[in-house]
Design a protein around this ligand. Structure first.
Ligand code: ZN
Length: 175
């Protein structure tokens, strides 16, 4: 885990000049839903190549090799998300902002633990099985269809994140 943490810090340092505050994208729907300070401090990096994924198999976690080769539209590290230039949609930005709130709520170590926890439940690792990912996808579906509560999305994500963390913590107790 320290290796992943270090890799993330280097990645963000490396891209800090390309990282733009999400508010600059001008997505009004995001401005209606999220507090201004969140859209100011959350950054987006648009990439034309493969999204950056930590080389987990080389870090001694061969279970993640599938994930490294998966094609993804976006990925979030702390307050910064990387999206493919072909997928610069408000919907995807919404999804990644949910992850920004999760990262902030859990902190780096607990986010990585919670994200990887599905490894302990499934033999085959698919990142979409992660409860943090399921939350982001279900809220994104609500956003797309206009069925989302219009107040306190941040609080909603935080409460659901806490519930996920409680579930993860109980896994460790059992183990
Ligand atoms: Zn996601």
């Amino acid at each position: 885990m320290p290796a992943v943490r270090e890799w993330i810090d280097k990645l963000l340092e490396w891209h800090k000049d390309q990282a733009v505050p999400v508010v600059n994208l001008g997505f009004v729907k995001l401005q209606e839903l999220f507090p201004a300070d969140l859209l100011e401090k959350s950054k987006v990096v648009v990439v034309t190549t493969k999204l950056p994924i930590p080389p987990l198999s080389r870090m001694g976690l061969p279970e993640f090799v599938e994930m490294e080769n998966m094609s993804m539209e976006g990925i979030t590290y702390k307050n910064t998300f990387f999206i493919n230039h072909l997928h610069q949609t408000v919907s995807l930005c919404f999804h990644e902002l949910v992850h920004v709130i999760q990262w902030e709520r859990l902190g780096v170590d607990n986010f990585l633990l919670a994200y990887g926890a599905s490894l302990m439940q499934f033999d085959y690792f698919d990142y979409r099985n992660s409860p943090l990912e399921q939350m982001a996808y279900s809220l994104q579906a609500g956003f797309d269809s206009g069925r989302l509560p219009t107040t306190d999305i941040v609080g909603l994500v935080q409460r659901r994140t806490d519930a996920i963390w409680n579930g993860v913590a109980s896994l460790f107790v059992k183990a």
